[in-house]
Structures are given as structure tokens and as C-alpha cells.
Design a protein. Structure first.
Length: 411
């Protein structure tokens, strides 16, 4: 019997390092998956502790606050079991059985396998617990009745489905999971109907979010805006490319998520979005001034007055200061709202990979008359964006009416 206990103790002693190594590997994998799932962006308030919640998420139904997902037992998810955490991720169910609002993208995460959920949970258990409650979401009636989400979930909770990958490359298949499930890109880049559900028949065709357009990610639309496989994967990694820089809602995605992904995963995402045989990226030539409309020709002077100091006289941009206008993807969007928003609201200073920075861009909402603003938009869009049409002052005013309240603008 004595020898039996000795052998048992030896076996347990030998197994312990193996178990610990497995646990460490699960945590490491979970950290990567949490980054790929962009958990930090929605669960971290500006200037706040990671994952401690408090970020205001503006929706058409009111402001929803990101929750504390640190292992705090009182304010976070410290009492969640793996099963309960999986239910929250994939079904939108809190530990007490009540429904989460679909600002939490469980509509995409429902396709996540249990092993990935368990790994993310294992990682979150290792972060510093923050003993602070996030602001309580308080919506107006009837949106404050969480029970009503039960019916919503039955109708829309599992709407996201993966398309067939038969005959597709392994990179395409991996990219599909990274984009459609972990990255939940369709949650912003798909238009939503009246009940707030994604319109799956228009998946990835673009959606308006707080006055900005999350543009179409369909392959042909990406190519029409100048994207190729190399530039797209590089853009996800570095936050900038010849087509411009990430800003607004996409900057936190880059900062907290995509810059930390592996090159093979970034390449897989580009492969999925553009396809195994991607369409050729459209190359634009600058349109001579004399071929522009009268409004756009007037806009040239507005550009020289307020833009050329940073973006350069001929739109070539200045390294570490401002992006180029030539080939800029925002100018090539059919919808002018993003260009308008940037000109009016400006963009705060942004830190990219390494020592790369972009200086802050001031907003010009109070410096340009409606006519000057319209002329400037027409010059940028026609001269460098390949847009044949012309905006009127009325068109611009309609876009301005769609702008979010001042306190929700991104600076």
C-alpha cells in the first residue's frame, strides 16, 4: 500500500506541470482571442482601467454602457462559471438570466465555439479586478424592458450565418471566422432595420453609425475604393496605408484589436473580404481643374485656404502630419457624410504603430459658410475622389441634419 501511495504521489507530481502548462497556454490563447474579438474597445472607458466598463455606446434607443468584465465578484464577472460566460457571449444572457442588450454582439458571437469562449474567460480571470460599478444603462420605455428582448432574440439573435466555404482556401475560411464572428465586423458595416436588427440581405453593404458611415466591405466596393490585398492587411496592422488612416469608431478597433493580430490572420481577413481571386483595385487619376464643375473649381481656393497647410498644395500629404488626398478612400465614397464629418468635427491626435503619429486636425464647422463647405466637398470628391456628381447646399444640409449630438462627436 505504501508503494501504491508513493506511485500515486509521483504521478500527481508529474501531471501538475502539464496541467499548469495547459492552463497557461489557454490563458495566452484567450488573451489573443479577446483582442481579436475587440473586447477592450467596448468595455473600457476613455482613461479608464482595461475591461472595467463605463464606455457610453450610443444607439438609436438610448445610451448603453459597457459593463465591467474584470474578475471583480461584486461589479464584474468574477462569479461567472464557464457555462454562464458562454451563455453571455453567445446568447446574450446575464448570470441572473436577464437579457443583455444587443450592443453586445452576441448575434455574431453565437457562432463562437465553446473552447474559444472558455479561453477568453480564462484570460479575463487573470486581469486586475476593478472594484467599481459601471454606469447603469437606463433606456426609456419600452426599450428598458429587457424581457422584451426574448422575442427579439427569437427573431434575430442567430441571424448571422456563415456562407459556404466549399472550394475556398484555408485562408478564406480562417478570415471568415476572424471577420464574421470574432471581429463581428458586420455589426457596424451592415444596415439595420426598425427593430435594430441587421438586414442580412444587405450584409456588409455599409451602415450609418452616429452620423458616420461604416462603408461597404463587399469585395467589388473595396476594390472600387482602391483596396488590394496587401494594402488592406497592412491597413489593419498599421492603421494607415496609401488610402488614409483609421479614425472615428475604427481607431479604437485598430488600437485595441487589429494591430495586435498575427500577420497570417490579418492576411486571412483580407483574403476573406476580397476573395481568393480579388477584383483589381481601381486606380484614379487626378482630374484637371478645368474639367471640374464651377463649384469644385471654387472649392480649390477653399482647399488652399484651410487644407493645404497640412495636406499639401497638390494633395500629397505630409508624413507624420496629415494623410494624402490622392487615393484617399474617404473621398471615393459615394456617400459624402464621412468627409463632411471630418471637415466639420476634426480628428484628434492619433498614435499608430511605433513612433508614427498624426497631428490633430481642427474642425471647420464654424469657419466655412454653407457655400464654401459645399464647394470644398465638390473639389475634393471630384478632383481626387473620382466622383462625377455634384453636391448642392441642400444635399450637404441634409447630411448635417444626420449628425450626432455634439456631446457624442468624436474628437
Amino acid at each position: 500500500m505504501k508503494h501504491l501511495f508513493s506511485r500515486l504521489a509521483l504521478a500527481v507530481g508529474l501531471a501538475a506541470p502539464v496541467v499548469m502548462a495547459h492552463a497557461d497556454e489557454q490563458v495566452k490563447r484567450g488573451e489573443y482571442l479577446a483582442r481579436a474579438a475587440d473586447c477592450m474597445a467596448c468595455h473600457t472607458a476613455p482613461g479608464g482601467a482595461p475591461y472595467a466598463g463605463g464606455l457610453p455606446i450610443v444607439s438609436p434607443f438610448g445610451t448603453i454602457y459597457g459593463t465591467n468584465i474584470t474578475p471583480s465578484k461584486e461589479h464584474g464577472i468574477g462569479q461567472y462559471s464557464d457555462e454562464e460566460f458562454f451563455a453571455a457571449l453567445t446568447e446574450g444572457k446575464r448570470r441572473d438570466g436577464s437579457n443583455l442588450y444587443p450592443a453586445m454582439p452576441y448575434t455574431s458571437y453565437h457562432l463562437m465555439p465553446r473552447a474559444d469562449s472558455d479561453a477568453i474567460h480564462a484570460y479575463l480571470k487573470t486581469v486586475e479586478p476593478i472594484e467599481r460599478a459601471a454606469p447603469v444603462t437606463s433606456l426609456t420605455f419600452p426599450f428598458n424592458v429587457r424581457l422584451g428582448l426574448t422575442g427579439w432574440n427569437m427573431l434575430y439573435g442567430k441571424d448571422v450565418k456563415l456562407s459556404s466555404t466549399k472550394g475556398k482556401s484555408e485562408a478564406f475560411k480562417r478570415g471568415q471566422y476572424m471577420v464574421d464572428v470574432l471581429g463581428h465586423c458586420g455589426e457596424c458595416h451592415t444596415p439595420r432595420g426598425l427593430p435594430g436588427a441587421m438586414q442580412q440581405d444587405k450584409r456588409m453593404t455599409g451602415g450609418v453609425l452616429n452620423g458616420y458611415l461604416a462603408p461597404s466591405l463587399l469585395a467589388d466596393d473595396l476594390a472600387s475604393r482602391g483596396w488590394n490585398h496587401h494594402d488592406l492587411s497592412s491597413f489593419l496592422k498599421h492603421g494607415m496605408s496609401a488610402q488614409g488612416t483609421m479614425f472615428n469608431e475604427m481607431f479604437p478597433v485598430f488600437h485595441n484589436s487589429t494591430q495586435g493580430l498575427t500577420d497570417p490572420d490579418l492576411a486571412a481577413m483580407a483574403t476573406y473580404l476580397l476573395g481568393d481571386q480579388p477584383p483589381a483595385a481601381k486606380v484614379l487619376s487626378e482630374v484637371p481643374l478645368e474639367q471640374l464643375s464651377a463649384s469644385a473649381r471654387r472649392g480649390r481656393q477653399e482647399y488652399l485656404n484651410v487644407c493645404a497647410g497640412c495636406h499639401a498644395v497638390e494633395g500629397e500629404g505630409k508624413p507624420h502630419i496629415a494623410v494624402a488626398m490622392r487615393g484617399n478612400t474617404t473621398l471615393r465614397l459615394d456617400d459624402a457624410r464621412n468627409l463632411l464629418r471630418v471637415i466639420e468635427d476634426g480628428i484628434g491626435e492619433q498614435q499608430f504603430v511605433g513612433f508614427e503619429r498624426m497631428q490633430p486636425m481642427l474642425g471647420f464647422a464654424d469657419k466655412l459658410s454653407p457655400g464654401q463647405l459645399t464647394d470644398l466637398l465638390n473639389y475634393l470628391r471630384q478632383g481626387w475622389g473620382g466622383q462625377p456628381g455634384e453636391l448642392t447646399i441642400g444635399d450637404v444640409q441634409k447630411l448635417q441634419a444626420d449628425a450626432p449630438p455634439t456631446e457624442h462627436k468624436v474628437h
